[in-house]
Structure formats: structure tokens, C-alpha cells
Design a protein around this ligand. Sequence first.
Ligand code: UDP
Length: 320
Amino acid sequence: MNILVTGGAGYIGSNLVDQLVGSGHTVSVLDDLSTGKRSNLSKSINNIDFIEGSILDEEVVRREVGRVELVYHLAAAVGVGNIVAQPLQSIITNSRGTENVLDACFKSEAQVVVASTSEIYGKSAKLPMCEDDDRVLGSTRINRWSYSTAKALDEHLAFAYAEQGLAMSIIRYFNSYGPRIDEKGYGSVVANFLRQALANEPLTVHGSGEQTRCFTYVEDSVRGTILAASTPAAKSGVFNIGNNVEMTINDLAKMIIAATNSSSTIQHISHDERYGAGFEDTKRRVPDMNRAKTVLGYEPLTDFATGLNKTIAWWTSNLS
Ligand code: UDP
């Protein structure tokens, strides 16, 4: 198949590209290298068409989408740190950029998989989080929720285009980690803790550290992504792509210190200290995996200890 991956130089995107190239597809990548990196594509660069450009550039989007049958739309402004630091650019990229991609897919009759996020559920206390649950967000004065809101608009747009005939499916990633995770930690507590642990610096746990997340190894995130495109019954559907093993951030910090043999200590800092006054966090986040299992045949295959060791091995041979 001829496939376009927007955001294909990013952490999940580049892992997806390697997998698609390995399966014999003809792959092009559109990425503005804002958080993605050329080096993420080193394995596949000779076998893909790389276009450095933005999803905000309608002409480029229309041209590149017009060349393919399937688009994986992963390009986005990501990471809580980035969103609160640059809310305007993030909102524009995540709303207008996706509108461009969906419109181009619709007009050229390309199938699209839209990458969304567990942030959609906001701070909902209903667990596990099912795809059709209510969303619970805070005030619009709190920048964090602009990400959830923009991504929700993307999902609404995708559903609306689907009613007009667009072949699409939506996936919601839950806290993905693995090789090529951004070392600055723009989108991940795992990256921050690894960087700190490997430098024997204190691990900065925000708040009490009793908030929880379920971490998904990148190979599992990628497999779920591909299944969302290849499963006919996934059409017009939305799916959690994660796993349901819940972990506190305190336990995550301890595990990372142990797995890296680090002499780091754990330092608790307030969310306000890290993200500015008035920040709101999600206390617990656990996906309901029934729909992904039933419709896509998706199950996470890598447990956290194994995935963490693979990530550490990649980090130490590529970044340290
Ligand atoms: N967190 C932390 N230390 C860090 C980075 C994040 O304690 O250096 C916390 C963060 O406040 C949140 C959780 O870890 O409660 C997950 O944060 P992340 O930014 O990875 O993703 P989120 O699930 O919040 O989108």
C-alpha cells in the first residue's frame, strides 16, 4: 500500500514507519521536526519519502495525501509540558492541522487513522475509562485542558467526515513509552525519570505521587495503530490503545531507580512549581480494553518491566 504517516519522525510515528516499511509498504512521512527528529528515521530513511513540512500547510497536505491510499495522522503538538508552555501554537496545530488532513483525506478518498489521546477523558473519576464515557474537564482558564479540547474537536471532525463517507478510525493512546521517547521528556514522565536516574539526579515526582497511569510499550501502541487501519470492523470507531496495569508515579520512580541501578533519590515538587499556578492533574487513568480486544483483537504483549529494560538499553546505547 501507499501510506503517509504525518508526524512520522516522532517517537510513536517513527516506530510505526519502521514497522510499515518492514511489511513492504511504500511509506512517505510528513513532519515539521518540531518535536520529531531526523535521527528517529535513520533505520528507514533510505526506503521512505521524507517531506519536511507542516500539517498547517494545506497545499503540502493535499499533495501528499493525494498520493496515498492510507494516512496515519500522528502529527500533533504533544506533551503536557509543551501544551502549557505554548498553548496557542498547540491549539492551532492540533485543530487546524487535523482539519487540513481530514479534509484532504475526504477529498481524495484516502482512509485515515487519527491518533488521539487518553487526555480526552480529562480528569474523569470513572474507571476504567470506556470510549463512550462522559468527558470531565476543568475551566478553560487552565491551559492543560486545551489539548483535550482540541483533540476532542479532531474526533468530532473525524466522526462528522465519516458521516459524509470518510473511511476513518480513531485511536486513543495511553501513556506510551519505549525506544525513541524524547529524552527531554516533553511527553512523558518515563523519559524524565530515566534521564534523571541515569544522571543520578533526584527524580522529580509531582504532587503526592499517588496519582496513577497505565504505561504502554511502544510496540503495543504501534500494533494497535495498525490494527485500527487493517480491521474492517474498526471503520468509524474509536479505540483505547493501552493496557490496564495501573501504577502510581511513586512506584514508577522506585522501579526506574532500581532498573537503572541509580543512586538517585525521590524529590516531591508541587504541580504548580512545575507547570505554573492553577494546574490540574488527572488522579487516576485506566483504560477499558474490551472494545480494542473484541473489535481489533488487540492485546498489549509487553509487560512494564520488560518494556522498561528495552527502553533503558536503547537509551544507554543512543543517548548516554
Ligand atoms: N510527572 C512527574 N514527574 C515528571 C513528569 C510527570 O511526577 O517529571 C507526573 C505528572 O504530573 C502526571 C504523571 O506523572 O501526574 C504523568 O505525566 P505525563 O506528563 O507523563 O503524562 P500525562 O499522563 O499527565 O499526560
